[in-house]
Design a protein around this ligand. Structure first.
Ligand code: FES
Ligand SMILES: [Fe+2]
Length: 381
């Protein structure tokens, strides 16, 4: 983690609840993170991914169940992704140890002779819960402590944990699409970039969206929600053309609600009469100097074909990505950073939520929310 990010974290009183390397990287463990697209995991192919600096190998069993293992053989560390998968077991390419894909339990060590006493079924590769929702493969990144407990009892990591997140949808028929891009920064920078209202007029100037001169004063109501905060339902910005179009088509008011929820998720819902649009952006830590934005959107607006949405969406993401590539150049030199009121208040809440969550995990007490109640923020954008 860069000194700059550390400065922000410490400035907001982040109590590192997790020991050693994990805390230092500034990652939040014990949450679901998107690891891959469902469509990438086909047949007996083994696919690699990295989450929170953990190398993973993903695949799909013959029954169609996605699985995730640490991409490292417990024998001598060979990446299991170089091995062979037959639809049920993963065979390491080095000495041929085989692991059941769903439990990561070792089922065969070929070099053992009839004299050997080694209990093969006591050996496990690293294993992570894995679920698919709206075309995304989610992996539950259990913390090291949790994994140690699970290993000692020889059970899989939490069977009873929270469900993997699903995108809210509001009708039977809808279109859905996904966009992604990498950002060369720590996840905290990616997240505060995602919730930052003040960069719009400078970074996202487009003929179809808005011009720099449409900047005006705004005031929005925010309220605390579990693990996050909500921009209360409101009529969206009057300087954004698509919302104006929607209003004209349905002849009804447009309301939008935006939530931020730990560890990394921005959810937006737009409703106008029977029409709706729902999106989820997540910023996923890959390494401490690399994160990825995944943007999934679904809608039932008949006038919005997926290709058109993707075209606009890609432009937006590219604008953010180019900005963050440039920002990363500056962050290399560990500058002092500022968070100002009110435009940066959501960023402060994010750091507050993160710090309070770590503190509550460390002390085993209830998590305090950094907001005491609804707040109105004002800024120009
Ligand atoms: S390193 Fe995998 S079987 Fe030896
Ligand atoms: Fe942006």
């Amino acid at each position: 983690m860069s000194e700059a990010v550390r400065t922000i974290l410490q400035g907001d009183g982040a109590a590192a609840g997790e020991p050693g390397r994990e805390a230092e990287a500034g990652f939040l463990w014990d949450f679901w993170y998107p690891a891959a697209r469902s469509s990438e995991i086909r047949g007996n192919k083994l696919v690699t991914a990295m989450l929170l600096e953990v190398p993973l190998v993903l695949g799909r069993t013959a029954e169609g169940k996605a699985f995730a293992m640490r991409d490292s053989c417990p024998h001598r560390g060979m990446p299991l992704s170089y091995g062979h998968f037959d639809g049920q077991t993963v065979e390491c390419s080095y000495h041929g140890w085989r692991f059941d894909a769903c439990t990561a339990r070792c089922v065969e060590v070929p070099s053992l002779s009839s004299q050997d006493k080694l209990k093969v079924d006591r050996i496990f590769a690293g294993h992570y819960p894995c679920e698919e929702r709206d075309g995304t493969v989610w992996v539950y990144m259990a913390s090291r402590d949790r994994r140690a407990v699970d290993d000692s009892t020889r059970t899989r990591a939490p069977e009873t944990g929270p469900d993997a997140p699903a995108l809210p949808v509001f009708s039977k028929k809808y279109k859905i699409t996904h966009l992604a891009c990498d950002l060369p920064s720590h996840v905290d920078q990616g997240i505060i970039g995602l919730m930052d209202p003040a960069h719009g007029p400078f970074v996202h100037q487009s003929w179809f969206w808005r011009s720099r001169h449409s900047i005006h004063e705004k005031q929005k109501q925010f309220e605390p929600i579990p693990y996050g905060f909500r921009m209360s339902p409101h009529s969206p910005s009057s300087n954004s053309a698509p919302y104006q179009l929607l209003k004209r088509i349905t002849g009804e008011g447009v309301t939008t609600t935006i939530d931020f929820v730990l560890p990394n998720m921005r959810l937006e819902e737009i409703h106008s009469g029977k029409m709706w649009f729902s999106s989820r952006a997540t910023v996923t830590p890959v390494r401490r100097d690399l994160c990825r934005i995944d943007f999934v959107a679904a809608w039932n607006l008949p006038f919005l074909p997926a290709f058109l949405f993707r075209m606009f969406g890609k432009t937006f993401l590219r604008q953010d990505q180019e900005t963050m590539i440039r920002q990363a150049e500056g962050l290399k030199h560990d500058p002092h950073l500022m968070l100002i009121d009110d435009a940066d208040r959501p960023a402060k809440w994010y750091f507050g939520l993160k710090a309070n969550l770590l503190e509550s995990r460390r002390t085993g007490t209830k998590m305090e929310h950094p907001m005491t109640g609804p707040v109105t923020l004002r800024w120009r954008s």
